[in-house]
Ligand binder design. Sequence first.
Ligand code: 13P
Length: 252
Amino acid sequence: MRKKIVAGNWKCNTTVSEGVALAKQVSDLVVSKGAKDVVVVLGTPFTHLTSVAAIIDKSRVSVAAQNCAAEPKGAFTGEVSVSMIQSTGATFIIIGHSERRDYYHETSEILNKKVALTLAQGLTPIYCCGEALAIREAGTENAFVQNQLEETIFNLSAEDFGKIVIAYEPIWAIGTGRTASSQQAQDMLAFIRGLIAKKYNQSIADNCSILYGGSCSPANANELFGQPDIDGGLIGGASLKADDFLAIINAY
Ligand code: 13P
């Protein structure tokens, strides 16, 4: 059975003390009122990981980094390796977010290495894909996303592929308030699941958690999560407000 996952991506927001306070609030709310069958993940800045991992209830909430180095260690000033991330207590790493691809020129080749290093260290990649508005308007979004998957994660062994989480985030829906309709999101996630079934097998496809991200909010989460192929969300803005994030967690 694939897992339902609601993951927050805090992006470049909050100081350490603000982040710790937010994480504590979320953790307490999840423990007292959160749906028990939802895996809750907090994607914090690197600087917050250790402190956040120390104050959450780890039986209900997990921590994610938002990026990692493409090399295991060495002379790469400013980079943070997967083993460093693991040593904080984080268990997930968001990889290939469109903001990293666009602003920091992360190519499929780089992302491929990051995914492999994350898996080798026993952490779970939340691999992001998704098209820009021009591609959606040209009607070529399926081919574009297929290419992203083929270049970055379809080289994984079946065993490794069975460990990853995928997040589809159309760039035109991120931070814009213009969410994909539940049908658009469902169609793409069903397409991705079909590709996984063809490339690997139906059981791996059925067990892969595929999330939707992009202007997900308490107002639209219920309809989105009601779609058969949507296994949860990767949440940006709304994950910075504990009550909104809890409402999304409980939208199933
Ligand atoms: P918003 O929820 O703010 O649109 O961000 C989505 C996102 O990019 C999560 O990774």
